[in-house]
Ligand binder design. Sequence first.
Ligand code: IVH
Length: 587
Amino acid sequence: MAANPLIPVEDLSPQAAEIDLARLAAEIARHDALYGEAAPEISDADYDALRQRNTAVETRFPDLVRPDSPSNKVGSAASSQFAEVRHGVPMLSLDNAFDEGEVRDFVARIARFLKLPADEPIAFVAEPKIDGLSANLLYVDGRLTLGATRGDGRTGEDVTANLKTIADVRPSLKGDGWPDRIEIRGEVYAPNDAFAAFNAAAEAEGRRTYANPRNFAAGSLRQKDAAVTAGRPLAFFAYAWGEHSSDFAETQWEALQKLKAWGFPVNDRSRRVEGAEGLLAAYRELERDRAALGYDIDGVVYKVDRLDWQRRLGFVARSPRWAIAHKFPAQQATTVLEGIDIQVGRTGSLTPVARLHPVTVGGVVVRNATLHNEDEIARLDVRIGDTVRLQRAGDVIPQILGIVPELRPADALPYVFPDRCPVCGSEAVREGDEVKRRCTGGLICDAQIVERLKHFVGRRAFDIEGLGEKQLVAFHARGWIREPADIFRLARDEAKLAELAQDDGYGETSIRNLIAGIEARRVISLDRFLFGLGVREIGEQTSLVLARAFESWAALKAACLQAAAEFPRPPGSNWPAPMRFRPASWP
Ligand code: IVH
């Protein structure tokens, strides 16, 4: 069992610490991998909290530091899709500061390390921390010869062809004075407008959408086909360099001017400032203007300006002593809870969703937020009509933090959670100690059908191009698709396809793409098939294990039938929940 993460680090016993470090290593590795696949499940703030706890536990118990400790790794490892490239100089990451105290400590630490007199001003460059992914561009004799992602910091992926499609990434350096050999580093990102336009078009066409501009940039850069990257609106800011055959500047500020002269976009909101007060002023200015920049930033990077001082300060573990990232807190707002909608999930779980009076949080209009489950509603004592405080941390769904009690209307009543499914009217029950109430309608419930179909065509299951959520819902509403087999029937149903061609929004090309997308998945690996069925408790990993163990659907089915015969459900048992099946091909 994992140690309770709520135990304060100072109260951990060595045994609990060891367990906690094992849990943190596994969790951080998992989130690194998800991040690498551009599919993160948690916000940057939550990820940082995991890493911080890991560091805190390791600091208290240095003997317990694991060989696979996350502190020894930077970001996610390179994947096998692209050739590996070793960076001339490692691409490190930055330590974080979360409040003014930590920024003052950072400045004081530098003064101490450099043994500067108390009144000696320290100049810094404060740069927006662009929320994209970093890239390393090797220029030899002024020509771009290699472009790579960061990867694990030492070794990245060769994405030269993809990087070359970005207009901001120059094939050759402008002007003169550049070292014969230089690695130029910066951030690949997607401007917010272009990202939103891409997602809107993708959704309309049933192609995959991305959760946020950073995932979009990462996903777009790591395409196998550079032509796909070329069609994506990516941009680049240069802000650093790695290996260089000769020195070209004495300060960070001067270096930024050089990068600009050589033809790179350099962020014009970077400031040269002095001391902690100067840094904090730059931070406040960027925090104020953040929503209007047109691209996401998640903090401000502070760098010691003098490069000779940077060299003296050097590095500790995975980050430089001369720089730090001052992160923005999650953005918060208050608004009125206008209603609570109940969403029925794939497995029948009922999730309450707060319907909010639209409010802008960090440049994004928020209309909904999850309330998770009925216990959460009770914990927050949130009632319709209440004014609620909410926060949006980077990419994740906005979170309701609490209510403003003074603003509660006199007639606001406690929320009564429904005990019937709002879609099919079946009883909704809580099993055992589960926090979720579930609709018992099984596949008589239209919501469960649609959600299971969505899961079936999803990226990690059958991954059917051209058949997105919108199309599924429409085809289900027409009565065309009620079970997975219907999808495959549709692709060969001339009458229905002809009918579709009469509709607005279905051009010949989209119908052809839809058919191709479906036909491409008639043959599929067993693990994807199993995962696609969306059976509770059979996630991606379990599907893989089952597929490896049984190798064929026939063998697995025979084993299931045998097990069912040998271990009948005990009378009165509520598990597995009794399901009513339509006479259909769902297993
Ligand atoms: S400097 C050794 N400057 O933040 C220092 N990084 O956590 C190298 N980032 O991997 C980084 N904007 O992807 C630097 N103006 C900026 C940045 C920046 C965004 C990202 C970069 C880096 C990460 C560090």
